[in-house]
Structure formats: structure tokens, C-alpha cells
Design a protein around this ligand. Structure first.
Ligand code: ATP
Ligand code: MG
Length: 557
């Protein structure tokens, strides 16, 4: 984290707590994902925040799987979540599962019953909803609200023992049916679900509701600062109520605004739809806003952490510009990615005054941003591939590339001059004839000739082929979730364009999945997980400049 920025509101709270000696100055946070999907860039913000605060204040951060709902959770998600957190550069101090606390949570529920603060309700969910009241009307007490402690104890035990079917009975906290906060109107704390759980198997057929598991889990782990997103503000009163009535460790809940990023969707439900309906190839499709998708696309952990830190946290909902994330990615890749040459849409150049069969080995600098980046060999021959768009038959003024009579420099090689070209019957340029200036070799140029344009190229006999996948934003509109109709109607049809056989320089032949490069003038690319030595595949991570033109203001919230 950069030290020069001012404290965010959570850091201010923490520093005050430390100054006042609260909890003996101890800071303990947690990241509590529900294992029902892959993590996305919003979770990355929460991870950076929770683990970052623990680090900054010499505290601890737990990873706790919030797996109290047996229906949706899968082990695959647990593993992907762990992998993503570690890839982001964080390590949990303790790993827990809320399901580990089922016995303790059951005991807490019994405590409430014994205190006369919880009761078993036989009403149907419709009846319970009807008795809830509204924002302007108080609720009505359930006819089961005044059952005796003994009866409640027996019924709750029977619920646990599997005597009842799903929905036949629930356990409710006895709070206040007239509370202006609807969540305090005798919330359900346990429900019957005859379902197999990914960790506890068939041991339980009753499961605690979120509100009755979350705060208590925090308390069991002695979490000092329980950070969540704004939609939990109304839950805070209940969070505190349970802790107070159970007389357990006083964890405190704090809320910040969800991270929303433009040109994508963030809810797991929507992401799951994209996967299930095959709009994308999977959770790790390089266009997905998931951490695994971004990793596959070539985004770096440094860039994601920098993004999180640059944007900071807010107390009001907002939409962060995707351009800012791309800016952070470019900034990091500029420092670390080797420059290489790849021709995506090739046309052949013949250097008529260069001997046939000769190969000259030129040295090319790997990374001008890295003094220790070293060099590599670029073979130069009589036949070269260049980018089709770098030649024009009738170039306008100020076209600093190739056209009849024009001169350009080939990167790390020579200045060449276009003398002639050939076309096929359809009028497509098939061959460009050039001469090269032998005295103009890069690094030892004595030609005295100055040219404005520098182009990338690859030697024809040395070129390897690779599939190149050009990715762009997944959606055409800033906030697809807010548009009318189905968010999937706004998918960008050009978000994935595949070039089956681009020509790449030979040094790229041993690229391993995950290796990152700048294809000169073309953008940042990374070898895909599908890439093999026999069939190389590269993903475009991000273009060199933001083609979506909107100005990116650093720190915009
Ligand atoms: P979603 O709505 O995408 O399904 P969720 O809140 O159900 O997300 P959880 O697995 O419960 O997902 O989230 C784990 C943690 O990550 C929670 O503390 C949650 O507040 C935080 N989190 C989830 N989404 C975001 C987001 N967009 N921005 C910041 N934090 C988030
Ligand atoms: Mg959740």
C-alpha cells in the first residue's frame, strides 16, 4: 500500500480503537466467502481490504467459508477460492468453515430458548410473511410466540432429530414484532432442510440462517472488525442483539460500498448464468470479471492490488471505470513484460538487395523499462512478414509506414525503402519489394537517414505460428445490470476474435502458459492455459492504449 495517501474511514476507526486500547490493541479481520461460485474483482477488493488491514496493523485475517447453506456449496469452489486468494498475494492466518460451528451455533440457539428469547413457530412461510407487517405497519405476534421454554426445547430437539419435513417448523428469535427495522421482527434463525452438506454430510437437517451464523462465527473467532458491504447496514442491529443476548465476544460490524466495475456484471448469480448458458467458456473465460478469468487473461496480482488501493473504499454505492483497472494492468505489464514481435495480419516483404539464404542474427532489447532485461536474437532474412495495415498503396501525407518510395525502420534491424509491390487478381497486395540500407543497422547506424516510423516484423523462414485470441469488454454498455430487459442482451458480440495463425518470432516458441509479453505496437498478451509447444495460444490482455477513448481519471470513485 502506498503510504502517502490519507487514511480511509476503516483505518481511522481502527487507529482510534488501537489508541483507546480496545481489545488490547488487537486487530483481527476475516474474509468470509460463501463457496457458491468463483471470486470476482469485487471480492478482490474485500480481500485486499481485510488482509491489507491485518497486515498494516500487525493483526490477523481469517479465511472463513460461510458454508451454512447446504444447497449451493461445492468443494470445487472452496479450492478455487483458496487458490485465488493466494495468487493475489495473501495468506490467511487461520482457515475455518462456518459449518465447523454447527454444534456451537445449535448450543447458542438453545441458550436463546432457555432465556425465553427464541421460539419454535409452526406457521407456514406465507403466514410468517403476512404477519410481518410493513414499513408503515407493525407486525403481529405469531400464535406460537408464547410457547413455554420446555415446549420450545422439545420441539427444537425434534426439529434436529428429523421429526419434521422441510418448512414445517422454524426457530425464531423473539425480538420485537413492532420494530421499525423489519429484520428485528422475530427473524428466523433456524430452518429445516433435509439436505446433504458438503462437509457435515447428513449429520444435520436443520441449518442456521445467515444472520444467526455470521456474527456468531465472528464472535467465536474473536474477530474485532467484521467488514461487510452496505446491504448489511440494517442487519447490524440484529448482529449486535445476538451478541448482547448470548453474552459472547463483542465483534463489531462495519460496512463499505460494494465494488462495481463498468462494462461487466458482478453478481455470482449472473456470472453463473453466463457460464451455464455458454456465453463464455467457463468461470475462467478471459472476459469474465472473476479473479481466475483475469489471471488467465494475463492481469497481474500486482495490478489488481494496485487497482484496489488506488480506488480505495467508499461509503456510497458507485461504479468504477473498467478503464482504471486496465490502466493498472498496463502500468504493471509495462514494467515486467518483454517486448516481442508478432504479426497478426501478415503480408510478405522481400528485401531485394539482401542475399538469398543468408540469416543475420540481430540483437533485440527485451525491455527498455528494465535495465537487466537483456537481449535476444532476432533472425533477419530476405523475406519478412509485416502487418498488412502497415502498407498503403496510396498513402496519405504523414503516413509514416510503408508505401511506394517511403522509408521506415524495422525495429532492432534496418531502414528499408519500398520500391515496388504485387497484387493478385482480386486486388490484394501479395508482396512488397523493398531495399534495405546496410549502414542503418540499429545500434550502429551510420546512414545519416532519419525516418519517422518504426515497424515490427518477423523473418518468414523463422516465424512460428500461434493462435491469437483478441479479447475486448464483455458488454457494450457501462452498467448492463441496470439496463432494461435481460443483461445478456448487452453482451459485446466482438468481445472475442480469434486469429487462427499469426506469425510470431522464434523466441516465443517456448512460451509457457501464463508468460506475459508486449507484442510491439499490438498490446499486452499472455500465453493461454490452452497453449502447448505444438500449438501456441496467446490472449490479448489489454491494448496499449484505451480504445474506448473515455478519459481515465486516477482516483475517480
Ligand atoms: P455476490 O453478490 O456476487 O454473490 P456475495 O456477497 O454473495 O457476492 P460472498 O461470497 O458472500 O459473496 O462474499 C464474500 C465477501 O466478499 C463478503 O464479505 C462480501 O461482502 C464481499 N464482497 C462480495 N461482493 C463484493 C463486491 N462487489 N465488492 C466488495 N466486496 C464484495
Ligand atoms: Mg453473500
Amino acid at each position: 500500500m502506498s503510504e502517502e495517501r490519507s487514511l480511509n474511514f476503516l483505518e481511522e476507526i481502527i487507529e482510534t480503537d488501537i489508541a483507546e486500547g480496545k481489545n488490547g490493541g488487537r486487530i483481527h479481520t476475516r474474509f468470509p466467502p460463501e463457496p457458491n461460485g468463483y471470486l470476482h474483482i469485487g471480492h478482490a477488493t474485500s480481500i485486499c481490504l481485510n488482509f491489507g488491514l491485518a497486515k498494516r496493523y500487525n493483526g490477523q485475517c481469517n479465511l472463513r467459508f460461510d458454508d451454512t447453506n447446504p444447497t449451493t456449496e461445492e468443494t470445487e469452489y472452496v479450492e478455487s477460492i483458496k487458490k485465488d486468494i493466494q495468487w493475489l498475494g495473501f495468506q490467511w492466518d487461520n482457515l475455518f468453515f462456518a459449518s465447523d460451528y454447527f454444534d456451537q451455533l445449535y448450543a447458542f440457539a438453545v441458550t436463546l430458548i432457555k432465556k425465553g428469547l427464541a421460539y419454535v413457530d409452526d406457521s407456514t412461510s406465507e403466514q410468517i410473511a403476512a404477519m410481518k407487517g410493513s414499513l408503515v405497519e407493525p407486525g403481529t405476534n405469531s400464535p406460537y410466540r408464547d410457547r413455554s421454554i420446555e415446549e420450545n426445547m422439545q420441539l427444537f430437539e425434534d426439529m434436529r432429530a428429523g421429526k419434521y419435513k422441510d418448512g414445517e417448523k422454524v426457530l425464531r428469535a423473539k425480538v420485537d414484532m413492532a420494530s421499525p427495522n423489519l429484520l428485528l421482527r422475530d427473524p428466523i434463525i433456524y430452518r429445516i432442510k433435509h439436505e446433504h452438506h458438503h462437509r457435515t454430510g447428513d449429520k444435520w437437517c436443520i441449518y442456521p440462517m445467515y444472520d444467526f451464523a455470521h456474527g456468531q462465527s465472528d464472535s467465536i473467532e474473536k474477530i474485532t472488525h467484521s467488514i461487510c458491504t452496505l446491504e448489511f447496514v440494517p442487519h447490524r442491529a440484529l448482529y449486535d442483539w445476538f451478541i448482547e443476548k448470548l453474552e459472547i465476544f463483542p465483534s463489531k460490524q462495519y460496512e463499505f460500498a460494494r465494488r462495481n466495475v463498468s462494462y461487466t456484471v458482478m453478481s455470482k448469480r449472473k456470472l453463473l448464468q453466463l457460464v451455464n448458458e455458454k456465453h463464455v467458456s467457463g468461470w475462467d473465460d478471459p472476459r469474465m470479471p472473476t479473479i481466475s478469468g483475469m489471471r488467465r487473461r494475463g492481469y497481474t496480482a500486482v495490478a489488481l492490488r494496485q487497482f484496489s488501493d488506488t480506488v480505495g473504499i467508499a461509503k456510497r454505492d458507485n461504479l468504477t471505470d473498467l478503464g482504471l483497472l486496465e490502466f493498472c494492468v498496463r502500468e504493471d505489464l509495462n514494467k515486467i513484460a518483454n517486448r516481442v514481435m508478432a504479426v497478426l495480419d501478415p503480408v510478405k516483404v522481400i528485401i531485394t538487395n539482401f542475399p538469398e539464404g543468408k540469416t543475420e542474427e540481430l540483437n533485440a532489447e527485451n525491455n527498455p523499462e528494465d535495465p537487466n532485461g537483456g537481449t535476444r536474437i532476432m533472425p533477419f532474412t530476405r523475406e519478412l512478414w509485416i502487418e498488412r495495415e502497415d502498407f498503403m498503396e496510396n498513402p496519405p501525407k504523414k503516413f509514416f509506414r510503408l508505401g511506394l518510395g517511403l522509408m521506415v525502420r524495422l525495429k532492432s534491424a534496418y531502414i528499408i525503402k519500398c520500391e515496388d509491390f504485387k497484387k493478385d487478381e482480386a486486388g490484394n497486395v501479395t508482396e512488397i519489394h523493398c531495399t534495405y540500407i546496410p549502414e542503418s543497422r540499429s545500434g550502429q547506424d551510420t546512414s545519416g537517414i532519419h525516418v519517422k516510423g518504426t515497424m515490427h516484423w518477423v523473418s518468414v523462414p523463422h516465424a512460428k505460428t500461434a493462435e491469437v485470441r483478441l479479447y475486448d469488454r464483455l458488454f457494450k454498455v457501462e452498467n448492463p445490470a441496470m439496463e432494461e430487459g435481460d443483461f445478456k442482451d448487452y453482451i459485446n458480440p466482438d468481445s472475442r476474435l480469434v486469429i487462427p495463425a499469426a506469425y510470431i518470432e522464434p523466441a516465443l516458441a517456448d512460451a509457457k502458459p501464463g508468460d506475459r509479453f508486449q507484442f510491439l505496437r499490438k498490446g499486452y498478451f499472455c500465453a493461454d492455459t490452452d497453449s502447448t509447444p505444438e500449438k501456441l495460444v496467446f490472449n490479448r490482455t489489454v491494448q496499449l492504449k484505451d480504445p474506448w477513448a473515455k478519459e481515465v481519471k486516477k482516483g475517480d470513485k
